[in-house]
Design a protein around this ligand. Sequence first.
Ligand SMILES: *[C@@H]1O[C@H](CO)[C@@H](O)[C@H](O)[C@H]1NC(C)=O
Length: 420
Amino acid sequence: MIPRVFGVRTWAPLGVLASLAYCVPERREARAEAPRAAGPRSVDRSLLELKMVQVVFRHGARSPLKPLPREQAEWNLQLLEVPPQTRFDYTVTNLTGGPKPPSPFDSEYHKTILKGGMFAGQLTNVGMQQMFALGERLRKSYVEDTPFLSPTFNPQEVFIRSTNIYRNLESTRCLLAGLFQSQKEGPIVIHTDEASSEVLYPNYGKCWSLQERTRGRRQAASLQPGISEDLQKVKEGMGIASHDGVDFLSLLDNVAAEQVHRLPSCPALRRFAQTIEQRAVDTALYIMQKEDRESLQMAVGPFLHILESNLLNVVDPATPPGQTRKLYLYAAHDVTLMPLLIVLGIFDHKWPPFAVDLTMELYQHRESKEWFVQLYYRGEEQVPKGCPDRLCPLDKFLNTLSAYTLSPENYHALCSQARD
Ligand SMILES: *[C@@H]1O[C@H](CO)[C@@H](O)[C@H](O)[C@H]1NC(C)=O
């Protein structure tokens, strides 16, 4: 048995707060202990300066990953026609600027051809429009309402990272086309990682301990009380044999894709749509074991570490100029967003829809020089766990993250650790 190399309490809050000492005013303690009844301290927002924005988004609408054993919707190739306004050239590299790594996921999707001719998991023009619309919304916020970003793409202002899956790369293109109206002053480079070391989704291949803990849980989820009865009912209603390995995740995958594309789906699917979404969320929560902190850490800890480092780099006066960007974009997945939302205490028990975004703004007060974070999900303001208000003092926000962030070393240690 490998001994635990780090106890939760010994490392989690320390590193972050120690490194923050320089930016946290002395008054912090006193304020934290002020009676809650006094309400959150109100901050004059006109004195806040936007310093940095990070956006984590799910790709746009796509074809299903795996068709259901029943009458199929038609996924015809017209759905792949690129809307002209979303066109924008880009290059994909690995994390250090080398050639784009191979994508085993895309190779897998290409083996499944749906009725109508599309591959599984392909971004459609509906999805492209969704991403373009998200880009336009960001343009309104950060180019028009607040003159923060240049109106044309500038590589010195924007860092872009995506999972190396084609629908995510293409989603990123469309978002950028909306955000910069397809205007650029330099090359667009999208950074991707090898599938074997990717941390923008829970990486079961890389993280042995996560794989161990979740082994068999997808099947077990379908046997849980409540889930199992509903699954029986929905399958009967849809004429799917009860022994077919269909669960709520594959049902939702098909329902959500058919609904957003307004493709004729069987009436039962539509009738059960709400149950399917709710039970798919229950299933995902069961698999993720959200009460088990280490499972969540292994799922999103390394990605949280990246988001946290970006914040700290901006705040750190020792960071050389030119080392930080104004905007960080991360093209991720539903399985990324769910644990992120849970960790932040803002999960709404709805499946993260296509093209949804989690946006994190970093502000500095012009006079007091204090730092604040403002979080949005689906464009709506959020109050993260541990925060007194929507405008969250940076140290409080980092405290919430610190319970789950994992440095690469700690991630490696936790992933290779046998369970007690
Ligand atoms: C990126 O590719 C280059 C050239 O093939 C390689 O030397 C480098 O190690 C790769 N970087 C990463 C992070 O995989």
